[in-house]
Structures are given as C-alpha cells and as structure tokens.
Ligand binder design. Structure first.
Ligand code: SF4
Length: 94
C-alpha cells in the first residue's frame, strides 16, 4: 500500500458540523500570548488563529484529538467536550 501524505489522509475524513453549537469554547478574555501560541501551533487542523492580538477559533474541521484541551490547562479553553451524537469527524483510515 502506498504511503499517504498528511493532506491525503485528512482528505479521507468526513465532517458533520453542528452549525448551532461549538463543542469547544475558548476564553476570549485570556491574553497570555505565550500560552495562546502553544495552542495555535499545536492544533493539527490549524483551527486557532491569533490575529491582531486576538484569538480566533472555528470548530469546523476539528479532529477531536484533545491536544488543545491538554495544553490549555483550563486557561485558553473554557470548555471542551466531544460533539453531540451525529456530529463530528469520521475517520476512514484508522
Ligand atoms: S481537539 Fe485537536 S483538532 Fe480540535 S481544535 Fe483541539 S487541537 Fe485542534
């Protein structure tokens, strides 16, 4: 079997996004840039952006890996839970 690139593997995923509710809530008042940048750099789906001194997040395309939750230590992320049943990522390559 040919080795797949990360982009190829990500292309096999299917997402069902809950447009009404994000399963991750960020603390928009948190301002420690060093802590914020750890999460921006670590998210494999690049869902966190730090623009003009403000953290911007979109839950669309989340891989549900939990990396941001672990690195946040309860500071940057206010709440993290898996998407409700019927929503989220579907893995097809194990
Ligand atoms: S759970 Fe993983 S993919 Fe989803 S926002 Fe956090 S770090 Fe990114």
């Amino acid at each position: 079997m040919a080795k797949m690139s990360i982009d190829d593997k990500l292309g096999t995923l299917k997402f069902t996004t809950n447009e009404e509710k994000s399963h991750i809530i960020i603390n928009e008042d948190f301002t420690d840039e060093k802590e914020i940048m750890r999460i921006v750099k670590a998210c494999p789906a690049e869902l966190y952006k730090y623009e003009n001194g403000k953290l911007v997040f979109s839950h669309e395309g989340c891989l549900e890996c939990g990396t941001c939750r672990v690195l946040s230590h309860g500071k940057v992320i206010k709440s993290w839970e898996y998407p409700e049943s019927g929503y989220g990522v579907e893995f097809h390559q194990g």
